[in-house]
Design a protein around this ligand. Structure first.
Ligand SMILES: [Zn+2]
Length: 198
């Protein structure tokens, strides 16, 4: 029995639903259950019935109709053993997100690829930053006891041998931690200003 998709019923789209495929230029297959297909299924019971025949697991179909993104599968993941799978393609939810981790902002929301970088020039600029970082390009500046060093991709490390302080990547520390040091040593604020953090 196939783990993904479905082998029962006609594989193709029924003729009376083909106008959807042409109008929205999608394939009404169950291998990739997008939000758009979910909207079509909720709007037209014939589409929902077609997907019910094509989707093997009832739990995946229910989650699909309810607009959820994951469901409890009957088949545990062979890699991590979790039964939580994505509605979209029935792959393991945890493995799928850890293989390509979601980029989170400091507040925990998912950070999309910045629109300003969604271009060939933006991508090449990013590649250039990474290449310069690998080649060891650094800029540093000293204010009082603090020496700040920035890398081309924007990491900031702080060195203060007189205070016994060494922070390899300041962005990994919470705001309160940085705020506390700045309260005690205003020179660090100058470093942050120089690095463009304020
Ligand atoms: Zn897994």
């Amino acid at each position: 029995m196939p783990r993904r998709g479905h082998a029962v019923g006609p594989p193709g789209c029924p003729p009376d639903l083909q106008h959807y495929e042409q109008r929205f230029s999608v394939r009404l297959s169950a291998s990739k259950l997008t939000k758009q297909k979910g909207m079509l299924a909720r709007a037209d019971s014939a589409v929902a019935e077609h997907f019910r025949r094509r989707i093997r697991e009832p739990a995946r179909f229910d989650a699909f109709l309810a607009g959820r993104s994951s469901y409890a599968s009957d088949t545990p993941c062979t890699r991590c053993g979790s039964s939580n799978r994505t509605v979209y393609c029935a792959s393991c939810y945890a493995c799928q997100t850890s293989r390509r981790p979601l980029q989170l902002t400091s507040t925990g929301t998912v950070a999309a690829w910045p629109p300003a970088l969604r271009s060939r020039a933006g991508w090449l600029a990013l590649c250039d930053e990474r290449r310069r970082e690998r080649s060891g390009e650094r800029e540093s500046c000293t204010f009082g006891p603090f020496t700040g060093t920035t890398t081309p991709t924007g990491k900031l490390s702080i060195d203060a041998p007189a205070l016994g302080l060494r922070i390899p990547d300041l962005s990994r520390h919470p705001f309160d931690f940085i705020h506390n040091i700045v309260q005690r040593h205003p020179d660090l604020l100058e470093v942050l200003r120089w690095a463009g953090w304020t």
